[in-house]
Design a binder for this molecule. Structure first.
Ligand code: SAM
Length: 209
């Protein structure tokens, strides 16, 4: 938790309480339904919470903005971002029911009112969003195919509407056909070794009416 406050010193009391509660909630739920590996549970704040919040360092979400988290798994990056931006609306989607069950329990445990969840493949989700966020779900061409048509028309943020994807390693090949992609190195923001090769990829996508 200290780690989160080091990089995000402006948290409200409510946000601090919600971030603090994550550890117990995930420990308890992970015993019943395994959604986070044991090693990762021990380093929840580093590997999951701080990593998810890398997106917040790249773009702050405005009140009433709409975000879709594709393949949220146990709720990453969607849950930490929903705590960070309580006035934005988050839709967290996963195709595996037990993962959405854990997410629902965590959302209830935290008292988050800005999160909607769906047990669904993202291809079947309707709606339009300022940004589609994600981590570790699919290679970019597949992902782009899934989410095109889900981008809102009105641009309200500094970054253009589109995808904000947490990725690692060498992305040269994967992103070679995406000339408009911008890569933000999380190692420029976070000093921990874990982030050495971690990045946020911003890919603007056009509205398709
Ligand atoms: C490796 S996990 C990553 C989970 C989470 N984003 C994280 O980083 O901790 C990938 C998740 O994507 C989900 N997934 C894969 N394809 C999907 C699709 N087409 N629609 C919705 N969820 C999908 C899987 O069920 C799985 O929970």
């Amino acid at each position: 938790m200290e780690l989160i406050q080091r990089y995000f010193p402006e948290l409200t009391e409510t946000q601090i309480a919600q971030f603090s509660k994550l550890e117990t909630l995930y420990q308890d739920w992970n015993l019943k339904i395994n959604v986070v590996s044991r090693k990762d549970i021990d380093e929840l704040y580093l590997r999951h919470v701080l990593h998810s919040l890398g997106i917040a360092k790249v773009q702050s979400f405005l009140p009433d903005s709409k975000l879709l988290d594709v393949g949220t798994g146990g709720g990453f990056p969607g849950i930490p971002l929903a705590i960070m931006f309580p006035d934005s609306q988050f839709h967290l989607v996963d195709s595996i029911a037990k993962k959405i069950k854990v997410v629902d329990e965590v959302v209830t445990g935290l008292g988050l009112t800005n999160v909607k969840t769906s047990h669904s493949r993202v291809e079947d989700i309707n709606g339009q969003f300022d940004f589609i966020v994600s981590r570790a779900v699919a290679v970019m061409p597949t992902f782009v195919h899934w989410v095109k048509g889900k981008i809102a028309k009105t641009q309200r943020h500094e970054l253009k509407n589109g995808i904000l994807y947490l990725k690692g390693g060498d992305l040269t090949e994967e992103l070679q056909t995406y000339q408009t992609a911008t890569i933000y190195n999380l190692s420029d923001i976070y000093k921990e070794d874990f982030f050495e090769t971690k990045k946020v990829v911003h890919l603007p996508l056009k509205y398709r009416g």
